[in-house]
Write a protein that binds this ligand. Structure first.
Ligand SMILES: NC(=O)c1ccc[n+]([C@@H]2O[C@H](COP(=O)([O-])OP(=O)(O)OC[C@H]3O[C@@H](n4cnc5c(N)ncnc54)[C@H](O)[C@@H]3O)[C@@H](O)[C@H]2O)c1
Ligand SMILES: [Zn+2]
Ligand SMILES: [Zn+2]
Length: 374
């Protein structure tokens, strides 16, 4: 079938994107679902910095590529051997497909699925297929999803079915921002009721983590960003202390305000400087979690002795370090009860044609989470 999709043909075009138009809205071909695959009709697709990092060249991917990896959708048709989904079922996409039987999958860590990572790098589906093409030549899939499009064919293992009552515009955010941000808090952040936590980098992912920290009952919630507008948003969502990342005294100020630093500091900025800051404001015995995705060449220095003599932990978190098929329904249930109000992160809704303007807002920080609605 013919579908309308946002295709990236060239990386690193200059901003503003409203003029350079890195994403072209094109009519391309989508084949039907093969074995283990599902045709979905996309309802809402969120704009994430990980898409922007492909656009600006920070995370190079094979081109041309149909972007988008955070979506809610409705099943249209299932391929052979898909026996647990039916047309009409609502689903959320997950940006790492999990094969279910590699080493990490067997250990209950689907975010680290080895074939999933390999196929995401290649730009095809977990089944090895490319179902998108243009003039007879393949177009790559983004993280197995490619949801800036009216329809997508994805592996069954890139989907989590959700409750029929769930609001689909909010459900889209579950696929990346909430899964990653709240997941990092609940699955690896050691955030406890009454505890102290810092969130560095307050975009859609960081603010979803902040909401997670509120839901987890943290008492002291420190929010850090370079933009005052993000600090204001964080205060409105439950941060108890806010600091500018570019304040030369920020580390000393956070340490003073938290009596030596926070128990858990989580970084969602995608910048080595921000990770350095998160590490510096973590207290003795605390944990620093990095979930931002900086340019692959970025490095940061730390004094190894601090890890030892202060019994510090530094770890990464991908896809929220959890199990999406368990966590997405749980986060939706928390949302339904008003305990994870992620709808407050949704600042803009737009048609596919306005997507380049949306990426300008993401790049300059005037938006938090935005969705394309179909
Ligand atoms: N680990 C994962 O599985 C995963 C999943 C999704 C996104 N990500 C990554 O998480 C990061 C955040 O994504 P997003 O969509 O929320 O992005 P975003 O652009 O909406 O937010 C990033 C925020 O970080 C702030 N920031 C930038 N540099 C900073 C610094 N030095 N100190 C403090 N704040 C700084 C920005 O002002 C902005 O508010 C990106 O790097 C993205 O690629 C990771
Ligand atoms: Zn994302
Ligand atoms: Zn696997």
């Amino acid at each position: 079938m013919k579908i309308k999709a946002a295709v990236l043909n060239e990386m690193s075009l200059p901003a503003p994107y409203v003029s350079s138009k890195p994403l072209k809205i094109e009519e391309i071909d989508l084949e039907g679902p093969g074995p283990g695959e599902v045709l979905i009709r996309v309802v809402a697709a969120g704009l994430c910095h990980s898409d922007l990092s492909v656009i600006n060249g920070d995370r190079p991917r094979p081109l041309p590529m149909a972007l988008g990896h955070e979506a809610s959708a409705v099943v249209e048709e299932v391929g052979p051997f898909v026996d647990d989904l039916r047309p009409g079922d609502p689903v959320v996409s997950v940006f790492v497909p999990s094969c279910g039987h590699c080493g990490p999958c067997s250990e209950g860590r689907p975010a680290l699925c080895e074939p999933g990572a390999a196929h995401n790098g290649l730009g095809d589906l977990l089944t090895g297929a490319r179902r998108l093409s243009r003039d007879g030549k393949p177009v790559n899939h983004h993280l197995g999803v490619s949801c800036f499009a009216e329809y997508a064919v994805v592996s069954r293992r890139s989907l989590v079915p959700i409750d029929k009552e769930a609001p689909l515009s909010i459900a889209a955010l579950m696929g990346c921002a909430v899964l990653t941000g709240a997941g990092a808090v609940f699955n690896g952040g050691d955030v406890r009721p009454g505890g102290s936590v810092a969130v560095v980098g307050l975009g859609g992912v960081g603010l979803a983590a902040l909401l997670g920290a509120v839901a987890a009952g943290a008492e002291t919630i420190v929010a850090v960003d370079r933009l005052d507008s993000k600090l204001d948003a964080a205060s409105a969502l439950g941060a108890t202390l806010v600091f500018r990342a570019d304040d030369p005294d920020v580390v000393a100020k956070v340490k003073e305000a938290t009596r030596g630093g926070v128990e858990s500091a989580l970084e969602f900025a995608g910048a080595a400087k921000a990770l350095e800051l998160a590490y510096s404001i973590t207290r003795r015995g605390g944990v620093t979690v990095s979930a931002g995705l900086p340019h692959p060449d970025a490095t940061f220095a730390l004094h190894p002795v601090s890890l030892v003599a202060e019994e510090r932990t530094l770890k990464g978190s991908y896809l929220g370090s959890g199990v999406p098929s368990r966590d997405i329904p749980r986060f939706l249930a928390l949302n339904r009860r008003g305990k994870l109000p992620v709808e407050k992160l949704l600042t803009h809704r737009m048609p596919l044609e306005a997507i380049n303007e949306g990426f300008d807002r993401l790049a300059d920080g005037t938006a938090i989470r935005q969705i394309v609605e179909f």
